[in-house]
Design a protein around this ligand. Structure first.
Ligand code: SF4
Ligand code: SF4
Length: 132
């Protein structure tokens, strides 16, 4: 049987302060090459003790130009998601998570879509508006 793309949808709006996030985790369910790391993201991970090993274990360099570094996937979820406790979805990288993840705030378009679908989709922009 094919692995489900994500989790069950979640009804209702999330707590704006993120109190629902660990029990939700829908936005951390997505396809490969979704969360990318720029230099600032890499530096943040490297600033953590054991950061180099963490970067090697949880991220991968895309061999296609321009050679982005992405968070690895485990099936249809981010490999950094800690699924050791059933029903809870904490991020094992939370303190040094990439900016892509910081943009998906509770109640943002991507958050609401992830809750509606049970995984992060592609029909809404989840990047910051750019001034250029
Ligand atoms: S989808 Fe929204 S409520 Fe769920 S973990 Fe992500 S930000 Fe939090
Ligand atoms: S790095 Fe953390 S916050 Fe970002 S997608 Fe992975 S588990 Fe979720």
């Amino acid at each position: 049987m094919a692995e489900a793309l994500g989790l069950e949808p979640v009804e209702g709006p999330p707590d704006p302060d993120g109190a629902d996030c660990v029990k939700c985790g829908r936005c951390c369910h997505h396809g490969p090459s979704t969360v990318h790391l720029l230099d600032v993201d890499e530096e943040r991970v490297l600033s953590r003790p054991g950061g180099e090993a963490l970067l090697a274990r949880l991220t991968i360099l895309d061999d296609r130009p321009p050679g982005w570094r992405f968070v690895r996937n485990t099936g249809h979820r981010c490999a950094a998601l800690d699924v050791s406790t059933p029903g809870l979805y904490p991020c094992s990288l939370y303190d040094v998570r990439p900016d892509d993840c910081r943009i998906v705030e509770p109640g943002s378009p991507a958050c609401l879509e992830a809750r509606r679908l049970g995984h992060l989709g592609t029909s809404v922009r989840f990047t910051r508006e750019r001034a250029f």
